[in-house]
Write a protein that binds this ligand. Structure first.
Ligand SMILES: Cc1cc2nc3c(=O)[nH]c(=O)nc-3n(C[C@H](O)[C@H](O)[C@H](O)COP(=O)(O)OP(=O)(O)OC[C@H]3O[C@@H](n4cnc5c(N)ncnc54)[C@H](O)[C@@H]3O)c2cc1C
Length: 380
């Protein structure tokens, strides 16, 4: 039987991030990944770190997104220093577009509210918008720059996390699906995967949309995490069509990405409850293309670089579940839904504290397992 201080199940950004965090604190970590590292949601994502993109409510969730966003610049600096990798972390903000007067007043209300919380929102009038983003459709009537939003190349980020894990001695086993966990005497300390068995002081479940089946016999109820499909595509664009910041349009977003093959504009995403089905659909692709042309007409003549889809780990109450459980040695790190990249630094800090001290930092205590049982947070 193999031994480790900590076994992490799942090699997405969460599993890789917290394996790195724990190995950096001197723990012997084994990471078990069913397929290839970072080939699921963390690969499919758009990489936006957008605490301000959707929030309108003063709740613990918004507060935690702001804490995590504010951790990102240092987190990115640390990872870049460890690996020498450029994973395209950009702190320049994001632009939210309005399409006519009614839309403007909705956005205005949202950003006036956000301004009081984060203080970094700027309205761009139509002329200014035209000057800075001349490729936008004429029906775009105003814009709101959220200076506190960041973005990152999530695929390059995951490669950097994996490289850092390997340097720190994390044993990464790919093609090694963990079997549903079992407890012995109120403790989880063994994991069977890929025909082998690990003995560990602590086990962390970070299996994204696949987390619930691993926990079914163990926790009553297990956190309810299920797949929410997102289809995306990217255009190969000339420099003249590459915005300087991500754009948030009518139910679609556009994220600039520089790659070795040239500049790309990512367009996402659909939101679909279709189970564990990652196939692209005609309707999904039509939705992305139509929204693209209605925002940036010149995209019609651009080559399409790639189509893809991923499964977001959607929690029944929309909040992640993090930290210790009533079973000794078992920790949860799942249900980040549309914000896993944004939540990465705070989640890593939280799980490191969970494993080392058995507790969570204040910002993520509302995400603890059992919140629904105690009548705290939202019901599952
Ligand atoms: C289209 C799309 C766009 C998105 N855009 C953004 C964005 O702009 N900003 C943002 O913050 N978030 C975004 N997200 C959400 C973000 O990608 C996720 O919240 C985040 O990647 C979740 O990370 P994870 O490690 O929990 O899951 P995953 O990356 O899915 O990783 C889970 C891993 O666990 C493995 N696994 C499953 N079962 C087992 C098992 N039994 N044993 C071992 N391994 C197992 C899987 O193979 C997988 O590699 C987006 C998601 C999608 C799909």
């Amino acid at each position: 039987m193999a031994k480790a201080d900590v076994v992490v199940i799942g090699g997405g950004c969460m599993g890789l991030g917290l394996a790195r965090g724990l190995a950096g604190r001197g723990r012997k970590v084994a990471l078990l990944e069913a397929g290839g590292a970072a080939r699921e949601a963390s690969w499919a994502a758009a990489g936006m770190i957008g605490a301000q993109s959707e929030a309108m409510e003063d709740d613990a969730y918004f507060a935690a997104t702001v804490v995590s966003r504010d951790l990102w610049p240092d987190y990115a600096r640390g990872l870049a220093a460890d690996t020498g990798a450029d994973f395209g972390f950009h702190p320049e903000g994001g632009l939210h577009l309005a399409f006519g007067a009614a839309y403007e007043s909705r956005l205005e209300a949202k950003y006036l509210w956000q301004k009081t919380r984060s203080g970094r929102v700027e309205r761009l009038e139509k002329e200014d918008l035209r000057r800075r983003f001349p490729f936008l459709h004429p029906r775009v009537s105003a814009g709101y720059l959220a200076h506190g939003d960041y973005w990152v190349d999530n695929r390059a980020l995951c490669r950097a996390l994996e490289a850092s894990c390997r340097t720190l001695g994390v044993e990464i086993r790919e093609g090694c699906p963990a079997e549903p966990l079992e407890a012995e005497g109120g403790r989880v300390g063994r994991v069977r995967a890929g025909g082998a068995e690990w003995e560990a002081g602590d086990v962390v479940v970070a299996a994204g949309a696949w987390s619930t089946p691993l926990l079914k016999g163990l926790l009553q109820p297990p956190p309810q995490v299920s797949p929410v499909k997102g289809q995306m595509l990217s255009f190969d664009v000339p420099e003249s069509l590459l915005p300087s910041v991500p754009l948030h349009g009518e139910n679609l977003y556009f994220v600039p990405r520089r790659t070795e093959e040239g500049p790309k504009l990512l367009v996402g995403a659909t939101v679909e409850n279709t189970g564990f089905d990652k196939r692209l659909t005609g309707e999904g692709v039509e939705y992305l293309l139509q929204g693209s042309f209605e925002t940036i007409p010149d995209l019609r003549s651009c080559a399409i670089g790639e189509f893809w889809a991923g499964l977001r780990p959607g929690a029944s109450d929309g909040w992640p579940t993090l930290g210790p459980t009533p079973l000794k040695g078992l920790h949860l790190c799942c249900g980040h839904y549309r914000r896993g990249i944004l939540f990465l630094p705070l989640t890593v800090d939280s799980l490191v504290q969970s494993v080392l001290e058995g507790s969570l930092p204040e910002a993520t205590r509302p995400f603890a397992y059992g919140r629904h049982l105690e009548g705290e947070g939202r019901g599952l």
